[in-house]
Design a protein around this ligand. Structure first.
Ligand SMILES: Cc1cc2nc3c(=O)[nH]c(=O)nc-3n(C[C@H](O)[C@H](O)[C@H](O)COP(=O)(O)OP(=O)(O)OC[C@H]3O[C@@H](n4cnc5c(N)ncnc54)[C@H](O)[C@@H]3O)c2cc1C
Ligand code: FES
Length: 275
């Protein structure tokens, strides 16, 4: 994936005002900011709440005027972030990392789990400008946890597939089961897979793509502090590549050569934690 040059100005936080908040589910919100960072699908920003923390967040959308993020309120920082209102100021720096790529008029198979639905929507929106055709598989625990369904259903040249663990909507089971079925019956020689979601989902996508010899690009995420290659917290074994610079979007061969993929990750102090 193309590695970006990071200008000094992008490394320093600038404040942006929240223009709009949207509640997606009980734990998930989308914030739209009053500015753009010129981000591409798959890239991330470092989001700073003064006095609380600074965390990485995928760009859910950036149309050159406004940037959007979609987040789960899971811990100290994101629960504080969830209390923010329209008009509040938030620090953003970036955009950082690699982005998804495709060729004009290509067929893309997009696989999304969790907050991955947001960057997958951004990728879909941009790929349609290049005449691509899309199949998108979104998975969630249940119907009430599905994200971006309205936006994805409204896209042209797109077939949306839904999977829920409890069978409350679409396929009863995992989104990767839908992918497995699709790869056995439908894919064309031009198909590529783009995926963003939990690592156990990415592991299954990676195995399926490899077994069917379909090129894939996966968003491979680790604990990030600086976001631009300085601290080394996001390096992976054994290559030592920094996922904030050479990733997070990597081709499947690079992901599969990473021995810790699906096995363990490192926490804030660099200690190994098993999945
Ligand atoms: C490239 C990238 C893109 C991301 N995009 C999104 C997104 O679009 N939406 C979203 O909801 N979440 C996203 N995350 C995850 C998000 O950064 C964490 O959920 C968030 O940092 C949790 O912080 P907390 O203080 O609320 O919770 P904590 O209780 O501190 O952490 C909960 C869990 O979040 C993870 N986490 C915490 N801090 C970091 C960090 N600095 N870097 C990476 N992981 C961390 C750890 O796995 C931790 O166990 C992304 C992570 C990465 C690396
Ligand atoms: S987060 Fe610091 S090197 Fe990647």
């Amino acid at each position: 994936m193309p590695v970006q040059n990071i200008p000094l100005q992008s490394r320093l936080p600038k404040t942006y005002r929240i223009l709009e908040t949207k509640r997606e589910t009980d734990m998930v919100q989308t914030f739209t900011f009053d500015g753009s960072l010129g981000a591409l699908p798959g890239q991330f920003v470092m989001l700073w709440l003064p006095g609380v923390d600074e965390i990485p967040m995928s760009v859910a959308f950036d149309d050159g005027k406004h940037l959007r993020v979609t987040f789960f309120a899971v811990g100290d920082m994101t629960k504080e972030l969830a209390k923010c209102k329209k008009g509040d100021l938030i620090g953003l720096r970036g955009p950082f990392g690699t982005h998804y790529t495709w060729k004009k008029k290509q067929h893309l198979m997009l696989v999304a789990g969790g907050y991955g639905a947001a960057p997958m929507y951004f990728a879909a929106h941009e790929a349609l400008k290049d005449g691509c055709t899309l199949d998108i598989i979104v998975g969630a625990r249940s119907k009430d946890h599905l994200l971006y369904i309205e936006e994805l259903s409204a896209l042209p040249r797109t077939t949306l597939h839904i999977a829920t663990d409890d069978g409350s909507e679409g396929h009863a089971g995992y989104n990767v089961e839908v992918l497995a079925q699709f790869l056995t019956t439908h894919h064309s020689p031009s198909t590529i897979i783009l995926a963003c979601g939990p690592e156990r989902m990415l592991l299954a996508v990676s195995d399926l793509a490899h077994a069917h010899a379909v090129p894939a690009q996966l968003s491979f995420e680790r604990y990030m502090k600086c976001g631009y290659g300085l601290c080394g917290n996001c390096t992976v074994d054994p290559s030592g590549i920094r996922l904030c610079v050479e990733g997070p979007v990597l081709d499947n061969a690079t992901v599969r050569s990473t021995t810790e993929f699906g096995q363990y990750h490192r926490d804030a102090l660099g200690r190994k934690q098993s999945f």
